[in-house]
Design a protein around this ligand. Sequence first.
Ligand SMILES: Nc1ncnc2c1ncn2[C@@H]1O[C@H](COP(=O)(O)OP(=O)(O)O)[C@@H](O)[C@H]1O
Ligand SMILES: [Mg+2]
Length: 259
Amino acid sequence: MFRRNKSSADEGRPSGLPEDMVVIVDQSVNPYLVLFHEPNGYRSEQVRALRNRLVAMNPDGEPKTLVVTSAVRDEGKTIAALNLAMAMAELERQQVVLVDADMRRPGCERYLNLNPEPGLADVLLGRTTVEKVLRPAGYRQLMLLGPGTRVSNPAEVLSSSRLDELLHRLKERFHYVVIDTPPVLPSTDAGVLAARVDGTLVVVRLERSLKKQTREAVRTLQEMGGNVLGCFVTELRGQDPESDRRLAYETRFGEDGGA
Ligand SMILES: Nc1ncnc2c1ncn2[C@@H]1O[C@H](COP(=O)(O)OP(=O)(O)O)[C@@H](O)[C@H]1O
Ligand SMILES: [Mg+2]
């Protein structure tokens, strides 16, 4: 049994708890980063299934660049890009880099609990080299190229001729380059990037995305020269093990009469 003597300083605290007993549980890792939170769960398996399909589309194992985008903000692009990059990084001998090319509302560093550092913008502006700003993402061998120093003109920075050179360098070093971007409809950034990479995935958040906007985004990407591979659909309610036990495969302790 734990014992602790109450001190006079504890009196009158709203919780009644002594101050040194207040424990803050770090919940800053986003719950939708399923590869991190529930690596054996159904949702992680779904991300791996998508990864496997992408790998199957690349039978020669050539280095590939991949844009993850969606029509508008808050559709889960960054989370989807992170989950996919993490799933890619689980593959043996595959070097993977996640690039945060959303210089308007960057999210990768925040979701990975990393401090902002020089990154993509600095490379595109010729202030540094990519080798100097690549850093571990904190998951397996996954590397991160963050958005870099905030700039007021992301579209101009992205249209730099250094972009092609950068993508070329990344393909020399990595098997998969996963690029998180701003949404398609409010700016041209995603379209510019989609035109320069091997394939583009469009995130659709079923509870939120509007069909009309997603269609328009796909059309815009294609018109700009993007190779749209398919959609990354999230928030499929009714399609998870909590609502349908047949979808659960892992045996939990205590089930099947086991120990
Ligand atoms: N699969 C999901 N289901 C529900 N909410 C999600 C999902 N993926 C992301 N979110 C939430 O949506 C918000 C926006 O996610 P984010 O990936 O930053 O979007 P975007 O990059 O498209 O702006 C975050 O608060 C995140 O927690
Ligand atoms: Mg984002």
